[in-house]
Design a protein around this ligand. Structure first.
Ligand code: ADP
Ligand code: MG
Length: 481
């Protein structure tokens, strides 16, 4: 198979404009940078989201394996969030060297001491994987390895659903699209945005007050809110649930707790569910005000997505701890533990344990096969290659504890065409697969444990970070092979 399929120049020109029109007409869009908005008022200009012109081949067995792991992951994350000893073990060290983690941990401790008002919790997670094949090995031997699991603000639900539909459309509508190389059943359906919205709706229903609203926590002045907006539209149109979009600062100004049952109220409304699309990094907390808002929400009767405990166990340090032999078995049966572990890349501490010291030495000698990660989300924070050595030399033994090391996952390169701001970019690419998971627990039992849709982000093979918003990657869909 030659990939991407060969076409004449004229055919490709038509294809490109068909794809761009479909994207613009169906809301596969982002706002351009401010300088390009100059001719329009009120940020009313959009361009298509960066997308892959063809779906990128991905082994079907590995795709289905990732899907099969999601429900066990949902359950595992919930169990981790209830494990005070694990949270204490990880956070007592981290909080000494990471101010942000310390503030989150303080909220966790404060609320636990006061007594938790809302026993239910909602998880909208996304596990991310890259394909890995040993250098020189056949691409067919590539297996998924987990990059990370996200427990807060897992994004791209709507854009991923939309891109899956774009590729299906192109296959059906454009005569010369794939030269017979693609079958529709190789393009899996993708209902990410619907499953995310229905997860929030289930929590809203569980709360039990038909007049209460969903509070979506957003960043101030967020220009590319479409992904969040789609969730909001689905909640209203499919479930009759109304959403208030507010920043943490706005919550701090107007929110209060019922003195009896700690119901969260703001602007005359009661809040059933608080869904965080901001608050995952220090940039979202400009002052004490935002921290006050986070605390009032955590104390409240509203169902949190995520709870601060979910956010804490989403830390990369927890991912590393889970890779220690025997740790997974504390939460799941031996069979499930083996299944989950199969997708783990090597993970190493950078603390004062013997393993931590050994990892430190290893990184000083050979950093080409490693990634160094702090406890941050949202892309652009990782350290690679020789920079790992420079960084390790600068950090004190104490400061090193804020990081973990991970084996570099090596994806076999493929060819594809990417489209950004109307420009066609041909290149060697690698794709990162995300699988969404929805989990609702009422304090006594699991109410929802669903596999959501998927996300494929494709980037130039040599690009190290995977962020679409940050301009490194495009949104894609898998062609199952
Ligand atoms: P973040 O929370 O910032 O998203 P990630 O762990 O997902 O942190 O890392 C960001 C990006 O870095 C990933 O999308 C992936 O492209 C790359 N990356 C992370 N870990 C590895 C790894 N072990 N091997 C190769 N690339 C990695
Ligand atoms: Mg990531």
């Amino acid at each position: 198979m030659t990939y991407p399929p060969q076409q004449t120049e004229a055919e490709r020109t038509i294809l490109l404009s068909d794809a761009i029109d479909w994207a613009l007409a169906h809301g596969l869009v982002v706002r351009p940078t401010v300088d390009k908005q100059a001719h329009f008022s009120n940020h009313s200009a959009v361009t298509h989201a960066p997308f892959a012109l063809y779906p990128t081949p991905f082994p079907r067995a590995e795709f289905e394996k990732a899907q099969g792991l999601q429900q066990p992951w949902n359950t595992l994350i919930h169990k981790l969030s209830l494990d005070d000893a694990l949270i204490a073990e990880v956070m007592e060290t981290l909080s000494q060297v990471d101010d942000f983690m310390q503030k989150l941990y303080d909220i966790y401790l404060t609320v636990r001491k006061e007594g938790i008002a809302q026993p239910a919790s909602l998880g909208i997670h996304r596990c991310d994987y890259l394909l890995h094949a040993a250098p020189g090995a056949d691409a067919k031997t590539a297996r998924i390895q987990q990059v990370e699991f996200n427990t807060i603000a897992s994004s791209f639900g709507s854009l991923s659903t939309c891109t899956s539909k774009l590729h299906r459309y192109l296959l059906q509508a454009v005569e010369h699209y794939a030269g017979g190389q693609i079958n529709i059943d190789q393009l899996p359906e993708n209902r990410s945005v619907e499953t995310i919205a229905s997860g929030i709706a289930s929590a809203w229903k569980l709360y039990g007050n038909p007049h209460a609203k969903v509070l979506m926590i957003v960043q101030p002045g967020e220009r590319n809110a479409f992904d969040q907006r789609w969730i909001e539209y689905h909640l209203l149109e499919s479930h009759g649930v109304r959403v208030m979009r507010r920043t943490l600062a706005q919550v701090a100004d107007t929110a209060s707790l019922d003195t009896q049952n700690k119901a969260l109220r703001m602007e005359g409304q009661e809040i059933a569910v608080t869904y965080f699309r901001a608050g995952y990094g220090p940039e979202d907390y400009h002052s004490q005000k935002e921290w006050d808002a986070r605390l009032i929400i955590e104390r409240s009767l509203s169902i949190k997505c995520p709870t601060v405990a979910y956010q804490l166990v989403g830390a990369k340090k927890v991912q590393q701890v889970l890779a220690i032999p025997g740790r997974l078995e504390q939460y799941v049966d031996v069979y499930t533990a083996d299944l989950l572990r199969e997708s783990f890349a090597g993970l190493y501490p950078l603390d004062e344990s013997p393993e931590g010291k050994q990892a430190f030495e290893m990184a000083l000698n050979d950093s080409e096969n490693l990634v160094m990660k702090p406890q941050r989300e949202g892309g652009g924070n990782n350290i690679y290659g020789a920079e790992i050595q420079d960084t390790l030399r600068k950090l004190s033994a104490e400061e090193r504890k804020a990081y973990i090391l991970m084996d570099l996952i090596r994806s076999p390169p493929l060819q594809n065409l990417m489209v950004r701001e109307g420009q066609l970019i041909h290149g060697e690419v690698a794709s990162e697969l995300g699988i969404y998971g929805i989990y609702l627990h009422d304090g006594e039992k699991t109410v929802v444990n669903d596999l959501g849709g998927h996300l494929l982000r494709t980037k130039g093979h040599t690009t190290r970070e995977g962020g679409v918003a940050a301009g490194f990657a495009v949104i894609d869909s898998p062609l199952l092979v």
